[in-house]
Design a protein around this ligand. Structure first.
Ligand SMILES: [Zn+2]
Ligand SMILES: [Zn+2]
Length: 149
């Protein structure tokens, strides 16, 4: 503390966490407001769903919220009710326990998961990890066919 640059560099509270089971190196990060999306996490596996602010169904749901109750929690509950189940039959939820993507163990170090994202530890490495990121995104992000019919 005391050095303002240092504080600014970590404004999303990024911190390495290790999986309690397989010891995979992971990285927790507050969800960046610069991302034009919300992530909701499966309550039974490491999958997440990527809900874009520009998704038509998302906009319809957000617009339908009562004008006197447009809090984050209300929005998340409305999204959760409409999202298609995960392939594992779990439900996508803002406050689902965050999991290790390798072994699915719950990361108990993240006690308040709402608004927190978990990334592989190498995500922040200086080396070029573009192909790893692509593979991770393809495997663990649902970005299409999000909604129940
Ligand atoms: Zn693990
Ligand atoms: Zn799942």
């Amino acid at each position: 503390m005391g050095d303002p640059d240092e504080v600014d560099d970590n404004w999303l509270n990024g911190e390495e966490v290790a999986c309690p089971e397989c010891h995979e190196r992971l990285y927790r990060l507050d969800h960046s407001p610069l991302l034009d999306c919300y992530f909701l996490y499966c309550d039974s596996c490491p999958m997440r769903v990527d809900v874009s602010y520009y998704d038509n169904t998302f906009m319809t749901i957000a617009d339908a919220l009562p004008s006197q109750d447009r809090t984050y929690a209300t929005l998340m509950a409305a999204l959760e009710a409409r999202l298609r189940r995960c392939d594992c039959a779990g439900r996508f939820r803002d406050s689902a326990p965050r999991r290790c993507h390798l072994c699915s163990s719950v990361l108990t170090a993240i006690s308040a998961p709402s608004g927190v994202d978990v990334w592989p530890g190498w995500w922040t490495d200086e080396t070029d990890t573009a192909s790893l990121e692509e593979a991770f995104t393809a495997r663990y992000f649902r970005t299409e066919d999000l909604w129940e019919q």
